[in-house]
Ligand binder design. Structure first.
Ligand code: SAH
Length: 375
């Protein structure tokens, strides 16, 4: 019904209003579904077809402001401008890797926060890695994004805009999206699901749900809820260790949701959705890279029909985790494959441009005196 749709839209704005006052006052147009947009404009005495036009300008033509929307009457555009919030991200900096064409984008949000996204060029198409939160509160020991804690959740519009601006700036079509940048997507659940529905909507960029991956540190209730959303996305679990004891040393979230529990939730996800899971495993020298670790990992991945993504740990200035030697990495992968597990070594992209998670943003904040001073 009209009321529920509209209240739904308001709810998520209120939920995310911490420190973001001006966005509470006006409705964030780009975070509304087409149905909600129609209801809203009709409620304000406009024709429903205006919503279709506006939706197309926002989500298909990726307009940067109302003035581009030339088939809308000028008076209507001016009215939209005064009555609603039109969220766009400003590009602060783009760095392009000379090695592989990977581009790192630093964006400024409307309230001044800075976030980071990455465009990766693969033979199968362009993939964008987006942030789901400003900062993170999960506290994984090896991760740079969590060092200053959580600033705030990103709105659906702010997640979409990372892709929209990258597609406009690069002039290239984005076909894959991975929610693997800064933040824990399942700690911003409602906005994440809304973002996925808008991103994969046929009247928007229409990216296939199969080409969207959400990576989680393992928030069990979030995984359970996600399995009921009827989305054909890929779920990636950041596993990183094969025993509960080792995992909790690397990832504080393991104290809340144990290894067995999170693997059970992933198994249920696979059974309910029919979607293959990915297990992410950051290889840390001496911590989780033994032959025994590989065998145990195979035992966990096998019954889940999961694909294993090996990521040699990216050194973070503040942490002393070291990646294993090439030989050890190769052997680890071979051991998995010998046990019938499908494993890929994540190619390191953009090594020359602070490619590792959250490091460009961190350096920027340090330069501009916005925190990050313990580096
Ligand atoms: N919060 C989500 C998504 C963001 S992190 C999650 O935990 O999955 C994306 C992936 O990068 C995760 O697998 C994370 O554990 C990993 N990662 C973070 N810092 C890393 C580092 N320094 N080296 C290697 N992988 C890292």
């Amino acid at each position: 019904s009209f009321c529920r749709g509209f209240m739904g839209a308001t709810d998520f704005l209120l939920q995310n209003s911490e420190g973001y006052e001006h966005q509470m006052e006006q409705i964030d147009l780009k975070s509304l579904t087409l149905e909600e947009l129609q209801e809203e404009l009709v409620r304000r005495g406009e024709k429903a077809f205006r919503a279709d036009q506006l939706y197309q300008w926002m989500h298909e033509k990726l307009a940067e402001d109302f003035s581009e929307m030339t088939n809308l009457p000028k008076a209507f555009r001016e009215w939209l401008e005064t009555e609603y919030e039109y969220v766009t991200l400003e590009i602060v900096e783009v760095r392009r890797s000379k090695l592989d064409g990977t581009c790192k984008y630093l964006f400024r949000l409307p309230d001044g926060h800075v976030i980071e996204s990455v465009l990766m060029r693969y033979h199968h198409g362009n993939s964008v890695c987006i942030s789901s939160q400003g900062g993170c509160r999960m506290g994984c020991r090896f991760c740079a994004s969590t060092l200053d804690g959580l600033e705030r959740n990103l709105l659906p519009s702010e997640m979409l805009e990372q892709i929209y601006r990258i597609q406009t700036d690069s002039g290239e079509r984005v076909s894959n999206v991975v929610v693997m940048g800064t933040g824990e997507p399942l700690d911003n659940y409602d906005n994440l699901v809304r973002f996925i529905r808008l991103l994969t909507h046929e009247k928007g960029l229409n990216i296939s749900q199969r080409n969207v991956t959400v990576s989680t540190c393992g928030i069990v209730p979030g995984i359970e809820r996600l399995s009921e959303e009827n989305l054909a996305i890929t779920l990636a679990l950041s596993l990183h260790a094969v025993t509960q004891e080792k995992r909790r040393e690397l990832m504080p979230i393991a104290n809340r949701y144990g290894l067995e529990e999170v693997l059970r939730a992933c198994g249920d996800y696979f059974r309910k959705t029919g979607r293959r899971l990915t297990l992410e495993y950051s290889l840390v020298a001496g911590a989780n890279d033994s032959t025994e670790d590989a065998r145990e990992l195979a035992k966990l991945a096998g019954p889940l029909h999961a694909h294993v993504n090996l990521i040699p740990v990216n050194p973070v200035t503040e942490r002393d985790f070291v990646r294993p030697r090439e030989k050890i990495i190769d052997n680890f992968k071979k051991n998995l494959e010998n046990c019938g597990i499908n494993a890929t070594l994540r190619r390191e992209m953009g090594r020359d441009i602070d490619g590792a998670c959250g490091q460009l943003r961190r350096k920027y904040m340090k330069r501009s005196g916005k925190g990050g001073d313990e580096c």
